[in-house]
Design a protein around this ligand. Structure first.
Ligand code: PBG
Length: 335
């Protein structure tokens, strides 16, 4: 028997497809919008001039010398992207056991911060605090034998944060997962007159396989001995994320971040519902790489997958997303 009009009575007359029929009505009832202001663009910097190096594991992403990173910042600003996050690929000769190059006021990332701040003063600059781009072993902290030392690492991270703030960083983003680093960095920034510098804590950072291409991009992957499980979080846990966020907020974090993104949307939503602070997510290198490689192989549509994946973060309650798609996405929104 065929479906008759009067059968709709059983559905109370509701036809949920009605508002889906036309583009205008879909747009009117969309619950979530994505704007360029939701995006933070991570950029990899290298030494040299007019130097650009494609990153094989991340099709479409390049390492840029400082002068080209300045051009990228101008393009980002023109597209309405509010902030960049900078990551250095440090020369192997400057990597050491204790990663002390991180505290050099004249290191690559500090020079990049200053150059971009001078050329594009109204774009926000996020600086990552962790030692892995600077250590010979690829870990985020200093080691004694197999162990990553917490408190010794924090005292280096504090100096790293200070030189970044002095170089023009607006946002200090500790991604190292050592205990007590937020409070120590906040105190040191305030003492040095940087009370307006924002602290974005990578509070819920998981020990993830999806960081692989990033480690390739900053040159730490091949060096890395062992895993980061003794400091980054176990993917099995969500209560641990609550404890991390409570602790970081108590120590003075302004904003918090969940990382990786797509496999942890439940964590984004949970933290957003639980804490009254902006929650950011990092769609990390491996997530980008999966979409970019699948698109290259003709398996998914790059643009559609980009839009859908980024919209999902907004739906999950995020205030912003660090994503390697930032410029493409902003340009698409702008039309
Ligand atoms: C450094 C750091 C990492 C990422 C951002 N900051 C790598 C790691 O923790 O091993 C990963 C970002 C990405 O994969 O895109 N601590």
């Amino acid at each position: 028997m065929s479906f008759e009009k009067h059968d709709m009575e059983f559905l109370g007359g509701r036809r949920l497809r009605r508002p889906r029929m036309a583009d205008w009505s879909r747009r009117m009832v969309a619950e979530t919008v994505l704007t360029p202001a939701d995006l933070i663009w991570p950029i990899f910097v290298i030494e040299g001039h007019n130097e650009r190096q494609p990153i094989k594991t991340m099709p479409g992403v390049e390492r840029l010398s400082i002068n080209l990173a300045v051009e990228a910042a101008k393009a980002a600003r023109a597209a309405g992207i509010p902030a960049l996050a900078l990551f250095p690929n440090t020369d192997p000769s400057k990597r050491s056991e204790d990663g002390i190059e991180a505290t050099n006021r004249d290191n690559l990332v500090c020079r990049a911060l200053s150059a971009i701040k001078d050329a594009v003063p109204d774009i926000g600059l996020v600086a990552d605090v962790a030692l892995d781009p600077y250590t010979s072993h690829g870990h985020d902290g200093v080691m004694a034998g197999e162990e990553i030392l917490n408190d010794e690492t924090v005292s280096i991270l504090v100096k790293q944060a200070l030189v970044q703030a002095q170089s023009g960083a607006d946002v200090i983003a500790p991604s190292d997962m050592m205990d007590g680093r937020i409070g120590a960095i906040r105190g040191a920034l305030d003492d040095a007159g940087f009370e307006k510098t924002i602290l974005l804590s990578y509070a819920a950072k998981y020990a993830s396989a999806f960081y692989g291409p990033f480690r390739d991009a900053v040159g730490s992957g091949a060096r890395l001995k062992g895993t980061k499980l003794s400091y980054q979080m176990d993917p099995a846990n969500s209560e641990d994320a609550i404890r991390e966020v409570e602790q970081d907020l108590a120590e003075g974090a302004d904003w918090i971040m969940v990382k990786p993104g797509m496999p942890y949307l439940d964590i984004c939503r949970m933290l957003k519902d639980r804490f009254d602070v902006p929650v950011f997510a990092y769609q990390v290198s491996g997530e980008y790489a999966m979409i970019a490689h699948a698109a290259q192989a003709g398996i998914v549509d790059r643009e559609a997958a980009m839009v859908e994946s980024l919209m999902a973060f907004k739906r999950a309650g995020c205030s912003g997303i660090l994503t390697y798609f930032a410029l493409d996405m902003a340009r698409k929104i702008n039309g």
